[in-house]
Design a protein around this ligand. Sequence first.
Ligand SMILES: Cc1cc2nc3c(=O)[nH]c(=O)nc-3n(C[C@H](O)[C@H](O)[C@H](O)COP(=O)(O)OP(=O)(O)OC[C@H]3O[C@@H](n4cnc5c(N)ncnc54)[C@H](O)[C@@H]3O)c2cc1C
Length: 292
Amino acid sequence: MIPGPFEYHSPTSLAEAIDLLGQYGDEAKLLAGGHSLIPLMKLRLAQPAHLVDLNSVPGLDYIHEEQGHLRIGALTREVDVEYNALILDRYPLIADTARVVGDPLVRNMATLGGNLAHGDPANDHPATMLALRATVAIQGPNGERVEPVDDLFVGLLTTILEPDEILTEIRIPVPPPRSSGTYIKLERKVGDYAIAAVAVQITLSPDNSVVQAGIGLTAVGLTPIRAAAAERFLIGKQLDKAVLQEAGERAAAAADPSIDLRGSAEYKRAMVAELTQRALMKAAARVMSNGS
Ligand SMILES: Cc1cc2nc3c(=O)[nH]c(=O)nc-3n(C[C@H](O)[C@H](O)[C@H](O)COP(=O)(O)OP(=O)(O)OC[C@H]3O[C@@H](n4cnc5c(N)ncnc54)[C@H](O)[C@@H]3O)c2cc1C
């Protein structure tokens, strides 16, 4: 299908992009990788009169650690996250997530900022950023605000971003020693959106009890979900069979899945319980093998 008519804008600075968004308000949409927005426009589910393309705005594409945080520019492509040496070495949860987003064609274009800003609970990075307790930097006409990723998602395809605001950076606290994580996604076929997926990030003490736990759930609610009760339950415990099972059950209880072609609510909850246990075991094995 062919999108409706729109005027195309290509600002060369963040200030110009924010100005354009302010000028056209609800009539405008930001364009990043285009891999969520353009399909919606082709289906005429989105019909913005103005497209404000972020791709000529410099300085939004980077991955580095600074002041205790991993900082990822919003325009960083999935492919650059997937193969980044720092991420592969110290943030395996993010690497695991990037490599299961769509297919290589999607990952060449899709951006991390777009994956979060779209507010789709079936997207993979939101749960991961919940598990990592990330914050997002948002620029608007009144300057920058920094918000916990927990507060970003308010409903299906709905975030706290105002029409004239741009998500510019994702900030992830540098994990303490003996931390690791993983993302496990159940999909109908390679490249598909998740039936359900679980992101886990843990820190273990020298005797292998859990010091910190982050658990995020994908595609089992109207927003990505933090499995807070499971996280709390894990603190101070060693990951034996009973603890894993209880954590899985608590994570499943946090899920609120809908019934669709990917399965019943009961099935998806059962998958969350199972994936949570597997992810906890894999994350713990990673800590014990190399500490990251
Ligand atoms: C075939 C296919 C398979 C896919 N499979 C998966 C999958 O398995 N997992 C997955 O997670 N995703 C999947 N995607 C979605 C893909 O990852 C998207 O590209 C991503 O969700 C959005 O990123 P984008 O850069 O393409 O954003 P765009 O499509 O350009 O924008 C999406 C929305 O976010 C807004 N936006 C973008 N950037 C910003 C910003 N910096 N600040 C404020 N608002 C912004 C736009 O205005 C728009 O409303 C798939 C897409 C396709 C086409």
